[in-house]
Design a protein. Structure first.
Length: 223
């Protein structure tokens, strides 16, 4: 038995090492996926800060939760990155920080291909953000209708914050961060809404947007 002890210990060591390696790879893959899909909140916050600096903090409603009908017809709360209330219209902004090549020809799902710093190619599917933001536009319209507030034109804008992103197809709703600011400035030149009308819109949205914790709890109960 003593003769086999070193062999047994070696086998145990190999198994432990193999297990640790698999765990490390799994954690690494999950971390890489998280980095790919979301440099997320920092990029969203930076975009919101830029919009606030350009169009006024009062006019930029950030991370608002509104009831929205999902793809299965359920009424659940959805988080809208930015709702910008301009003198002429409303802009709903969905912020994405994805990088790499985006196959954007799918109606419901898009596909991202990106090479990581280690040289590994990652492939990920994600929901079409234009359709996602169309539901956000509908959610804002529903709130204004509920509160009997006249609804101005609402624009669907998807902003990709990274310069290292390329799309297989062009979409008029997709903007870089710099181009989005210029486009919103152009929209804001027209002044068809009074200050009172804009304040009514802002109050209606704020009144119907619960805290994130309450919205998530509602979604868990009704999903």
């Amino acid at each position: 038995m003593e003769k086999f002890a070193p062999i047994i210990m070696c086998a145990i060591f190999v198994l432990i090492a193999y297990g640790l390696m698999k765990l490390t790879l799994k954690i690494s893959a999950a971390a890489t996926k998280k980095r790919i899909l979301a440099y997320g909140r920092p990029s969203e916050n930076a975009a919101s800060a830029l919009f606030c600096s350009q169009f006024g903090e009062m006019n930029v409603l950030t991370n608002k939760w509104l009831l929205c009908q999902d793809t299965r017809g359920r009424k659940l709360y959805t988080e809208i990155d930015d709702i910008i209330v301009l003198p002429s219209c409303i802009v709903c902004v969905e912020v994405k920080s994805l990088v790499g090549n985006i196959a954007s020809d799918g109606e419901y799902m898009w596909h991202q291909s990106v090479r990581t710093r280690t040289g590994e190619m990652k492939e990920l599917d994600f929901a079409n953000p234009i359709l996602q933001n169309e539901r956000h536009v509908d959610a804002v319209k529903a709130v204004l209708e509920k509160e009997n507030v006249p609804c101005p034109p609402i624009y669907n804008m998807v902003v990709f914050t990274s310069e290292k992103v390329a799309f297989s197809h062009e979409h008029p709703q997709i903007y870089s961060l710099a181009d989005s600011v210029e486009y919103i400035k152009a929209l804001s030149k027209a002044r068809t809404l009074s200050t009172k009308q804009r304040l009514d819109i802002i109050r209606a949205i704020n009144h119907n947007s619960p805290k994130a914790s309450r919205a998530r709890a509602y979604n868990e109960r009704n999903a």
